[in-house]
Design a protein around this ligand. Structure first.
Ligand SMILES: [Zn+2]
Length: 694
């Protein structure tokens, strides 16, 4: 609802950029030679001159950027297709009226209750009456603390956002303790996305705050609360004080700032104010002794506010946020007010052209959030059978074997560091498709006519599951690990802590990966994407986390300087790519990702060779396995984008444009052999100028 700032990329990276692609091979095989008709009228492009164009010309000539978008690529295509599949699965579940307690019933009824606006409108604010009574009953600091404890919700993770409530909890291993799950406590409680929205003195932000105050008053009025006009500024003032206690956004990328182990007794001494006994008791954490406090300043500041702010202001703040939290399942007037502020003013969105479609999208997102692994089961039953999982797992095993060989042969890494890298790789876990054991939702009561109740029960269910993890010893095999991504969401997650990566079923589909398709193409596309991500666990991003996912910098100063020296040639290569006359790639800015692209390509190629087990690859459509591998690699990067988007990407993205990611092939000897690239070709690099790094 409110903030969704991506934070702490170092600790936990959600890969939202293009990872994998696999060629739409059949179509291309029939239409050789590949011609980059649109970008380059020369009908006889030599692969050695423009491999990206050679591989993608036909697609580039016909693809179009959808209206209202700035870019289009394979990833967008997969997202669209997967969204339609998930929509249909949920629709079918809703019309099936399955037996109570089955996942089909739960998914279908959760969605149906969200879509049933007539019932939602008829109930008015009644579904929140009990919570309103609880807020009204607060008379002192201890009762306030107990109420705030009851709102400690598992709505944050190591990746996104500040909590919707005053604090949020994320259960994960400790930064220095790989044997126990710990509660990680996050700052939260702001209605505007960012600390700066409250503290920035610019006229633009001041105007935003004025709009927000009007919104607060409107929500209070809709909730039947008297004197909304005088209460709104007090609520805004309280939030401003909370914002002042927030850690600055710049802290988010520095994990050492978040690694603050607190004992339970530290809260009273370090952060006086709140009655912490009452708080943790009602949060279900009465016996918890160890915590990680991500933003101590927020815990200290908010705790103080429990005594400096009067109870009445806290009550109004809590009433307002209670309504905001459930706005999407409250009557039309509340939903409209919510959209008027968050949709129109904050995000600049217009009234959705088709309100039913917009509602449907929200309902699907809410169902995915509440019952993610139930939807995931429906998705994988249909689209990612066990054979697909096994095929992708076999590919992952070859990628890891290939990466092991690469680490052993590194020249820039010192021998003791290599041993640490190999130990980290030995402990590294890669999870494919979907969890072996799904979450058992059978105790979650989902009712077709109770949208607010369903939301609240799902939140309580997820919170108690998370708290239960605190009691469970951590298994080094990570077999019981909670997946941080749902199977039906196209994407991957790198979790340095623990030492694991996850690739969803949603991302492992054509054109990236086809378990029944050509292995060479799978390796060139999905394989190179997975190897790119694996390399991050060992590169300048992952080098501060050890084999057990603990903070422990395992590179030496010598490793660091030799790595940077090895990177210099690649940086120079990237600097020379200029898509427009006055616009060139910034090699330093894209260094980390370009090294990972190259690592992905090299490791995937080694792994492809491993997969052949010494047998020659069979040509398909006149193309050798080597040719199909590199074509698939180039095709995973195809992308069309308008000029502003290209300029924006080059100015700020750590990933270079797709064409130049595809051009990584010019560093690989096997590519020269596969396509007869020779001196004089535009992409030709003298062997001494070819870079590998990994
Ligand atoms: Zn990357």
């Amino acid at each position: 609802m409110s903030g969704n700032v991506q934070r702490n990329r170092i600790h936990f990276v959600m890969v939202t950029n293009v990872l994998f692609q696999k060629t739409l091979f059949a179509a291309l095989l029939l239409t050789a030679p590949f011609v980059c008709a649109q970008n380059n009228p020369d009908p006889s492009i030599k692969p050695g001159d423009d491999f990206y164009c050679y591989a993608n010309g036909r697609w580039l000539a016909t693809a179009a950027i959808p209206a209202g978008q700035a870019t289009y690529d394979n990833r967008a295509m997969i997202n669209e297709q997967t969204a339609l599949r998930v929509r249909d699965l949920i629709h079918n579940a809703a019309s099936a009226h399955s037996a109570k307690g089955s996942i089909t019933q739960q998914v279908g009824d959760y969605y149906a209750s969200f879509m049933d606006r007539a019932t939602i409108d008829a109930k008015g604010m009644a579904p929140l009456a009990d919570e309103m009574v609880a807020i009204a009953a607060i008379t002192n600091k201890t009762e306030l603390s107990a109420y705030l404890g009851s709102t400690l919700n598992s709505e944050v993770d190591g990746l996104t956002a500040n909590a919707d409530h005053i604090f949020g909890i994320w259960v994960n291993q400790g930064f220095e303790d790989a044997d126990h799950n710990l509660p990680h406590i996050w700052q939260g409680g702001l209605g505007l996305p960012d600390r700066d929205n409250y503290l920035d003195a610019s006229p633009k932000m001041a105007e935003l705050r004025t709009h927000y105050q009007v919104h607060i008053a409107a929500v209070l009025k809709l909730a039947g609360i008297a004197d909304s006009e005088t209460k709104a500024p007090r609520i805004l003032a309280l939030e401003t004080q909370i914002a002042q206690a927030f850690a600055p956004d710049s802290d988010a990328s520095d994990v050492s700032k978040q690694n603050n182990p607190w004992k339970r007794s530290d809260f009273a001494t370090k952060a006086p104010g709140l009655d912490w006994d009452a708080y943790f008791k009602s949060a279900g954490l009465a016996t918890q002794t160890d915590f990680i406090v991500w933003q101590p300043s927020a815990v200290i500041g908010v705790s103080k506010l429990a005594v400096t702010q009067d109870i009445a202001t806290w009550q109004d703040y809590l009433r307002f946020h209670l309504v905001e939290h459930y706005a999407s399942v409250l009557p039309a007037a509340v939903r409209d007010e919510h959209f008027a502020f968050y949709g129109k003013i904050l995000s600049g969105a217009q009234q959705p052209p088709n309100p039913k479609d917009a509602r449907e999208k929200d309902a699907i997102a809410a169902t995915n959030a509440a019952l993610g692994q139930a939807v995931g089961q429906l998705y994988t039953q249909q689209y990612f059978p066990p054979e697909a999982k096994a095929a992708a797992q076999a590919m992952a095993a070859n990628l890891i074997a290939a990466f092991r060989g690469r680490i052993k042969n590194l020249t820039w890494m010192t021998p003791p560091t290599k041993q640490k890298a190999l130990a980290k790789l030995a402990a590294f876990k890669i999870f494919i498709g979907y969890p072996d054991t799904w979450i058992d939702y059978s105790s979650l009561d989902v009712k077709r006519s109770d949208a607010v109740g369903n939301t609240r029960r799902a939140e309580a269910f997820n919170r108690s599951r998370n708290l239960a993890q605190l009691k469970r010893p951590l298994d080094p095999s990570l077999e019981n690990i909670d997946w941080p991504i749902n199977a039906q969401i196209p994407g991957a997650v790198i979790m340095f802590s623990p030492n694991a990566e996850f690739f969803s079923a949603g991302i492992l589909q054509p054109p990236y990966f086809d378990s029944n398709g050509d292995a060479a193409s799978n390796y060139g596309s999905a394989g190179a994407g997975m190897a790119h991500e694996i390399s991050h666990s060992f590169d300048e991003l992952g080098n501060i986390y050890d084999a057990q996912g603990r903070i422990n910098d395992w590179w030496t100063a010598e490793d660091r300087s030799q790595y940077q020296a090895a990177a210099a040639k690649l940086v120079a290569q990237m600097n020379a790519y200029c898509p427009l006359v006055n616009l060139c790639v910034n090699g330093k800015q894209v260094q980390t990702e370009s090294i990972a692209d190259l690592a992905g390509l090299l490791v995937a190629h080694d792994a492809y060779i491993l997969s052949l087990k010494g047998k020659p690859d069979q040509p398909i459509g006149g193309l050798s396995g080597e040719q199909r591998f590199f074509l698939a690699y180039a095709q995973r990067w195809r992308k069309i984008q308008d000029e502003p988007s290209l300029r924006k990407q080059i100015a700020s993205d750590t990933h270079p444009p797709g064409e130049y990611r595809s051009d990584a092939v010019r560093n690989i000897d096997a590519w020269y052999k596969a396509f007869d690239a020779s001196p004089g070709d535009k992409l030709y690099l003298d062997p001494k100028d070819r870079v590998s790094i990994w």
